[in-house]
Write a protein of this length. Structure first.
Length: 163
């Protein structure tokens, strides 16, 4: 998974749509549907607008727009003068239990910068890996039977619908 951070998700996904990436499923990650929200080791509520475009079962583009609360995404935008760009890459680590992944990152001296659990099923954690890799790493875990819920909105159209 590759993620772009932006202050205008509609403009960003419209640009990606022009290049052939899409359709996009758009959701809000809020304190009510995203539990265990943390920021730099502390409980910290945040709201994000998150959009996904599946290019294949193993390649997903993601766009995140921070809406409220303290987040590494708003920090990134502040640092880059609100210019959208690649914020992180993400992967699921082939069945390694989620807690074991966190322990392994910590063992390697990487601090978790943001985390949460979307829909109580999709666990995610971001780590401060920029100094050694040039970007942030995210790891996530979804159940084997996971399927995206119906999105709050589609951009530009859902699969199978004529344009």
């Amino acid at each position: 998974q590759i993620c772009i951070v932006t202050s205008d998700y509609k403009k960003t996904i419209a640009g990606h749509w022009q290049t052939g990436i899409g359709p996009w499923r758009c959701y809000s990650f809020t304190p009510s549907n995203t539990t265990s929200q943390t920021y730099r080791g502390q409980s910290s509520p945040f709201t994000l607008r998150v959009s996904f475009a599946e290019l294949s079962p193993t390649m997903v583009y993601k766009v995140i727009q921070p809406v409220s609360g303290t987040s590494i995404f708003q920090e990134w935008l502040d640092k880059h003068n609100d210019t959208p760009g690649i914020h992180h890459i993400a992967y699921d680590m082939n069945g390694i239990p989620f807690e074991d992944r966190i322990k392994e990152f910590e063992k390697r001296a990487f601090t978790m910068s943001q985390g949460g659990s979307w829909m109580s099923k999709n666990h995610f954690a971001f780590f401060e890996t920029e100094d050694v890799t040039g970007t942030c790493f995210e790891t996530y875990e979804s159940p084997n039977d996971w399927d995206y819920p119906e999105p709050e909105e589609w951009f530009s159209h859902p699969p199978g619908e004529n344009v």
